[in-house]
Design a protein around this ligand. Structure first.
Ligand code: GDP
Length: 424
């Protein structure tokens, strides 16, 4: 029996979905423990190409049970649409292979409105939210102003609870944002159209996980986004509204006594960042455009072009540390194959001094990247499966990163498909 978390080390979009899809071969249960449908994992396998937002990436493996833990923002509308879309491509989603925690809070219809209205109010000071309602959802969760998935089984009490919440939320919607109020009819329609559909999957997943552990099952914890988006350890306020670090897995999964043995940190071979906020190693102009195109760096959820840059050793080392990673998967190494010289951000300059420490979020805007160049390999490496077959320049690039971040790079991903992998 083993418990392993797969986490992002950088700003998200590192290729976690691809790694979960690969590693689920050795696991019986995959649990999402935080976040909502505001980011996406892209998984390519024999069934096709999928952009998952809420469903755990183990959903494609037969025999794997997928769980949305209590730390997840469960949006019944988006979840139901995603279930239907994935099922339409021939993937089975049943109450046996998919379970939603009865203790997960539900993202209510007004959370998306609140997100949209607040970004509009902020105008050029906006955070770059994906407008999926995640920040309003978590704010309300911590104010105890949302409902638990399990409440759907108590329809009478639920209606009273929803009416109270609606009365409270309508004050903000109408008086602060000048929007239309919600009515009970609207909420009843939402209950009927979406909540009812996901009800069969809702159960006591804490009990399920406890039993799975007792039966010696291997459990994999999956997170969304990366270290630098963690609410407490990331580039606040340009973070997400939950904890993306492995330390949160026992709490957000509903498996409070989980002892995570392995933390696989996913690092991209270069940097990308979606939305606003400091991004010290950012590249601009033609070089940036070339890298963006080579890596197809456009948001899985929004289609927004991602900001790109060289790998940032300072941020990656920090990301490894806060995740307490025990092994690294370096992804998208193949994307760099076109480069003659590969840039690497080795240090930051801050207030005239060179530093290797990741600065306080507000100091990041004053940090300048120190860039060094490594030799490129200039050949297609996507067919390589053994470490010794990688070109010497690629090996040197990988071992340099490994040494700098202080964590073994166990997997080198050289393409998006399941078998495009070098395991060391
Ligand atoms: P996630 O949210 O961390 O799962 O990352 P995304 O799904 O947003 O981005 C990863 C993208 O890179 C997906 O389109 C993957 O199919 C693709 N990808 C993952 N690993 C590799 C790789 O090693 N090489 C290439 N070329 N693409 C990869």
């Amino acid at each position: 029996m083993s418990e392993c978390a797969i986490v992002g080390i950088n700003w998200g979009d590192e290729g976690k979905g691809r790694m979960v899809d690969l590693l689920t071969e050795n696991y019986d249960v995959v649990v999402r423990f935080q976040g909502g449908g505001n980011a996406g994992h892209t998984v390519v396998n024999e069934k096709g190409k999928f952009a998952l937002h809420l469903l755990p990436s183990g959903i494609f493996r037969s025999g794997v049970v997928n769980v949305l833990g209590n730390g997840v923002a469960v949006d019944p509308e988006n979840l139901w649409k995603e279930i239907q879309e994935v099922m339409s491509k021939g993937v089975e989603i049943t109450t046996d292979n998919f379970k939603i925690s009865d203790r997960a809070s539900l993202l209510l219809p007004w959370h998306r409105d609140m997100d949209e209205f607040e970004e509009m109010r902020l105008a050029d000071k906006k955070y770059g939210s994906t407008k999926q309602g995640i920040a309003p959802f978590y704010s309300d969760k911590y104010q105890k102003k949302t409902i638990l998935a399990g409440e759907l089984f108590y329809p009478e009490e639920l209606k009273t609870h929803l009416a109270d919440l609606m009365e409270w939320k309508n004050l903000t919607l109408t008086k602060v944002y000048g929007a239309k109020p919600y009515t009970m009819e609207m909420l009843e329609e939402w209950l009927e159209t979406y909540c009812k559909k996901i009800m069969p999957y809702i159960c006591d997943t804490g009990k399920f996980l406890k039993e799975a552990k007792a039966d010696g099952k291997n459990i994999l914890f999956e997170t969304q986004l990366g270290s630098l988006r963690d609410l407490d350890y990331g580039i606040y306020p340009y973070t997400t509204s939950s904890n993306t670090t492995a330390a949160y897995a026992p709490i957000g999964s509903g498996f409070a006594n989980a002892k995570i043995d392995d933390v696989v940190g996913v690092v991209k071979a270069y940097s990308t960042c979606v939305g606003e906020g400091p991004f010290v190693c950012e590249m601009f102009g033609e070089e940036a455009e070339k890298l963006r195109r080579a890596g197809f760096e456009y948001g899985a959820k929004t289609g927004r072009p991602r900001r790109v840059g060289p790998i940032d050793i300072v941020a990656t080392r920090y990301g490894v540390e806060v995740q307490a990673a025990t092994a690294i998967a370096l992804t998208k190494l193949d994307v760099l194959s076109y480069m003659d010289k590969i840039p690497v951000c080795t240090h930051y300059m801050l207030n005239g001094e060179q530093t290797d420490s990741f600065p306080f979020p507000f100091a990041l805007k004053n940090a300048e990247p120190v860039i060094e160049f490594f030799d490129g390999w200039k050949c297609d490496i996507s067919g390589v499966r053994r470490w010794e077959d990688l070109p010497k320049a690629a090996q040197e690039y990988v071992t340099y990163i490994e040494k700098q971040i202080g964590c073994p790079i166990k997997y080198v991903s050289v393409g998006p498909e399941r078998d495009n992998i070098v395991i060391r």
